[in-house]
Write a protein that binds this ligand. Structure first.
Ligand code: KG4
Ligand code: ZN
Length: 341
């Protein structure tokens, strides 16, 4: 079964072609120019998706050597995300489905992240604990089977990636902050300063990152960072901050794994590209844990993961009529509700 998939929920325009669960092509265009604004500007993101989507679709089909007639289903991220950005990919994908007279499968972006570790020959077995860490989301989920999820915890304020981006902004080292902090931390000392990791009473699996962010802000004032700036100092702050965030993600994931007696752990979303995070979680392998982290191109937003979950969603669905291009009841209206797994 050939799937043509789209992802435009934020600042990546991505188009993928899959043959069953195998990704043939996964083209990702990151809108790097948002860095000059210190964050994603929704209006500009939408316009750029609009500018690029046709060209990327043509490239994806030609690179995978798949002609229009071979497409069996079309999929796109339908929620959650920036509304204008979502609408570009969603409407484009729906139009293709209608014109080719093939089913259209709407995809929840969080679900796509959960199953991104399935784009591999070494897939997690059910049940597994899924940690989703990106610029917009931080979620700890127990995945019992396909589409059978229990959200164990979420962030009560900032997402993990958002904290990386905001701290990088305070340090004046660029955007997006995650990869830059990751790189600079390699020359820093994790014990340079202890930034606090929050415990939320009665909610052992919830996260909070705004406290860490505020304590970095106060610390920078206290040491008069602006006038005492040096590469070593910046590296030390990055390493200590990164340690605090990753430690919190690691501890809570491990706690969930122990509580539910599940040794399969999958980590996905942009922050799962973090080298310190990978090192910490990989260390668990020697204790019998199975750790799954998608390869780099499937960690940040990509259409490959959208196509993969669309394939399973369609294949496992008992009522395929709901995906018909003739149905006007397609449940693909972007919503702002994050808890609609
Ligand atoms: O999944 P993603 O591409 O988009 C969202 O759905 O949000 O994640 C982007 C986030 C950004 O906040 C970025 O700073 C973070 O992932 N990120 C990282 C790293 N690479 C990307 N955070 C920490 N370390 C990294 N190496
Ligand atoms: Zn994402």
């Amino acid at each position: 079964m050939i799937t043509l998939a789209f992802e435009t929920s934020c600042d990546e325009t991505s188009v993928a072609v899959l043959d069953n669960d195998k990704v043939l092509t996964n083209i990702i265009l990151s809108q790097l120019f948002h860095s000059e604004f210190g964050g994603v500007v929704p209006e500009i993101a939408s316009r750029e998706h609009l500018n690029k989507i046709v060209e990327l679709t043509q490239r994806a089909l030609s690179e995978s050597q798949i002609s229009h007639e071979k497409i069996d289903i079309v999929a796109a991220t339908s929620e959650p995300g920036l509304i204008g950005a979502l609408l570009i990919g969603l409407n484009f994908a729906k139009s293709i489905a209608v014109s080719l007279k093939v089913p259209f499968v709407p995809v929840n972006h969080i679900q796509a992240h959960i199953y991104s570790s399935f784009i591999s020959d070494n897939k997690p077995e059910f049940p597994f604990i899924s940690l989703i860490v990106s610029g917009g989301h931080t979620l700890l989920i127990k995945v019992e089977d396909f589409f059978k999820h229990k959200i164990l915890g979420t962030t009560i304020d900032d997402a993990a990636g958002e904290a990386f981006d905001k701290v990088a902004k305070m340090l004046g080292i660029g955007y997006p902050g995650g990869p830059i902090i990751d790189k600079l931390s390699k020359n820093g000392d994790i014990n340079f300063h202890k930034f606090p990791t929050a415990q939320i009473r009665n909610h052992p699996f919830d996260f909070s990152f705004s406290g860490i962010k505020t304590s970095v802000l106060y610390f920078l004032k206290e040491i008069d960072y602006v006038n005492n700036k040096s590469d070593k100092l910046t590296a030390n702050i990055c390493a200590s901050f990164q340690h605090a965030v990753i430690e919190s993600l690691y501890r809570k994931t491990l706690k969930a794994s122990k509580e539910y007696n599940i040794k399969n752990i999958s980590i996905s979303g942009g922050v799962s590209a973090n080298s310190y995070l990978k090192e910490k979680f990989s260390g668990l392998r020697k204790n019998g844990y199975n750790i799954f982290i998608p390869s780099m191109q499937y960690t940040t937003d990509n259409a490959g993961m959208v196509g993969l979950i669309a394939y399973y969603k369609y294949k496992l669905s008992e009522n395929k009529k709901i995906f018909s291009h003739q149905s006007f009841k397609i449940n693909a209206n972007p919503r702002i509700d994050l808890k609609t797994l």
